[in-house]
Design a protein around this ligand. Structure first.
Ligand code: SF4
Length: 254
C-alpha cells in the first residue's frame, strides 16, 4: 500500500497552512507548515496536545485542570493523506520553504521522504526544515535532502522522565550537524541553569542555542520575555520570541 501521512486535522482538512515562521532561526520567514500527528513525548505544557492527547490514553496535561478541557477524539483531530494530496496542497502556496512540525515529524520518516522526493521532482527549489524534539536520529534518506533541524530537547519542566526526553547519542549527532540549531522552552529562570549544563556537556556553541518563553498567550509571553532576554544577554544565547502568539494569540493554522 502507498505511504500515507498522519496529519493533524484542522476543521475538515489537514493542518497544512502558509504563514511566517514564529520561532527559532528562521523566525519571520514565509513558510508552508505541515503538522504531523503523533508524538513520542507528552509534555505537560504542550501547545499541540491535539496531536497526541487522545481519548483512552493515560497521558497527563496541565490543561486537565482547566474547566471544560477533555482529551481529543482521534477521528476529530487526525487524518490520513496520500503523498500526492499533501504535495498538491503544499504546491498551491507561493512558497518553497516547507516546515515539518508536530507532534514529532521524525516518527513518519518514510512517508516524509516520499513527500520530499515528490516535491523536489515538481520543483528543485523546495527546501525543508524539521522541528523535532531531538529523541530520534534522522534516517539517511531524510539527510539526503540536507534539511535544517530546529531541535527542541525538553527540560525537566516538560514533566517527562529524563531517560525519555534526552537521548545523548541523538543529541550528540545534532550537536555535530551544522544545519541544526537548538531551542529550549523556558518557564522559569532556573530552567536556564539546566540549559547551560546541557549545552556545556554537549559542546553546542551558544550562538546555535535559542531560549524561548513557554507561553500561549500574549500576556504570558510579555511577562516571560523580559527576564529571558536578560538571561540570553548574560550567557550569549539567542532569544526566540513566538511571533505567531504575539500576532494571533492561541489560534491554530496561522
Ligand atoms: S515533544 Fe513537542 S509535540 Fe511532543 S509533546 Fe512535547 S511539546 Fe508536544
Amino acid at each position: 500500500m502507498a505511504e500515507q501521512l498522519v496529519i493533524a486535522k484542522l476543521g475538515e482538512g489537514p493542518e497544512i497552512f502558509y504563514s511566517i515562521q514564529g520561532e527559532g532561526f528562521s523566525s519571520g520567514v514565509p513558510s508552508v507548515f505541515v503538522r504531523l500527528s503523533g508524538c513520542n513525548l507528552q509534555c505537560v505544557w504542550c501547545d499541540t496536545d491535539y496531536t497526541w492527547n487522545f481519548e483512552g490514553t493515560p497521558y497527563v496535561h496541565q490543561n486537565d485542570q482547566r474547566p471544560g478541557y477533555r482529551k481529543f477524539v482521534r477521528a476529530e483531530v487526525q487524518c490520513r493523506l496520500r503523498i500526492e494530496e499533501a504535495a498538491e496542497a503544499i504546491q498551491g502556496y507561493p512558497c518553497r520553504n516547507v516546515i515539518f512540525t508536530g507532534g514529532e515529524p521524525l516518527l513518519q520518516s518514510k512517508p516524509l521522504v516520499e513527500l520530499m522526493t515528490c516535491l523536489r521532482t515538481l520543483n528543485a527549489d523546495f527546501r525543508f526544515d524539521f522541528e523535532t524534539n531531538g529523541t530520534r536520529l534522522p534516517e539517511a534518506a531524510i539527510e539526503s535532502f540536507a534539511p535544517r533541524y530546529n531541535v527542541s530537547p525538553k527540560l525537566a519542566n516538560s514533566g517527562m522522565p529524563v531517560e525519555q526526553r534526552l537521548k545523548p547519542e541523538v543529541l550528540d549527532w545534532f550537536a555535530a550537524c551544522p544545519r541544526a540549531t537548538f531551542k529550549f522552552v523556558c518557564q522559569r529562570e532556573e530552567d536556564v541553569a539546566e540549559v547551560r549544563a546541557f549545552v556545556g556537556q554537549a559542546g553546542v556553541p551558544a550562538e546555535r542555542v535559542f531560549l524561548m518563553p513557554e507561553a500561549t498567550t500574549r500576556e504570558l509571553l510579555a511577562e516571560r520575555r523580559g527576564w529571558l532576554i536578560s538571561k540570553c544577554l548574560a550567557h550569549g544565547f539567542r532569544y526566540s520570541d513566538r511571533l505567531h502568539v504575539s500576532v494571533w494569540g492561541a489560534r491554530r493554522g496561522v
